[in-house]
Design a protein around this ligand. Sequence first.
Ligand code: BDR
Ligand code: CA
Length: 313
Amino acid sequence: KRKVILDCDPGIDDSLAIMLALCSPEIEVIAITIVAGNAPVRMGYQNAKKVLRHMNRLDIPVYIGEEKPLIKDFVNALDTHGSDGLGESFLPEVMDQPPLKNAIDFFRETFSEKGISVIALGPLTNLARLIEVDASAFAHIEKIVSMGGSYKAHGNCSPVAEYNYWEDPEAAQIVFNHMKMLHKQIHMVGLDVTRKIVLTPTLLEYIKRLDAKQGEFISKITRFYFDFHWNWEHIIGCVINDPLAVAYFLKPDLCQGFEAYTDIETQGIARGQSIVDAYDFYKEEKNAWILTSVEVKEFFYFFLERILHLKRE
Ligand code: BDR
Ligand code: CA
C-alpha cells in the first residue's frame, strides 16, 4: 500500500476528499495534518475528527500545523464553508485533545522514511515551513499533489488567484521553487479541472438512496455549499475541488496535463496567481505537472464506487 498524508483545511470538500481516501484500499492514510485555511486550525482539527468518526477511523492521527500563513494575515473561508467550517452541520464535537506534537514535527519524523506522499488540499504553509526547518526531510517526500492554482481558468479569490495559493502565496512560492531545486515536479490540480467537478442534487439523491448513512452525512455538510454556489454564481450544485486531487493521485489517467515551469506571484494585484510558463519563455526547469482536463463522468463513477463500496458491472 502507498502511504499518504492528507494535509488539509477541512472544509466541506476536504471532508469529501478524506472520505474518498479512506475508502481506497490501495493507499494507507497514515495521518491527517491540518493547516490554517478554510477554517482556523482547531476547527479544522475538529472537522477532520468528525469525518473520521463518521468513517469509523478515529484510529488515524490528526496533527495541527501552522495557525496562519507565513507572512500575511490569516483570512478564513467560513463564508464559503459555514460558521463551523463544515457547512453548518453543527455535528457534535469529538471529545479529545489534539496531540502535543505539531504537524511539522510529525513531518520531520515521518519523512525520515522515504516513499510517503502528500496530498495537499489547503494552503501550502505546512510544507513551506517544513522546507524552512528541515529541507532534507521534505526532499524525501515521494510525490506531492496540490489542489490549488489555475492555468487558464480565472481565480476564485481574485480575477487570477485560487484560494489555496492566494491564502499563502509565499508558502506556495517556496514549495514550487524548492521543487525546482530538487528537480522534481509538484502535481497542480487547479481550478481548470476542479471547477468541472460539480456535485448535483441528482447525484446526491443517488448517494442517499444507495447508502443512507453516507447520503445523510454528505447532505448535511453540503447543504450550505449548495446555497453558497446558488447565491454566488447561480449554479445548482456545488464544486467539490479537493476530492479530485485524491482521485488523481489514485488514478492519474482521469486527468490530462503537461509539464511546465511554474511560479507563484506574491505581490500586487496578481498576488496568489500561479504563473504557468506553458510556452517555455523562461527556459527554466519544469517544476510542475499542470492538469488541464478531466474525465468528469469517470471521476464521478470512481468517487461513487469508492464511497458507496459499489462494484462496477
Ligand atoms: C480550495 O479552496 C478551499 O475553499 C477548498 O477547500 C479547496 O481546497 C478551492 O479553491
Ligand atoms: Ca481545501
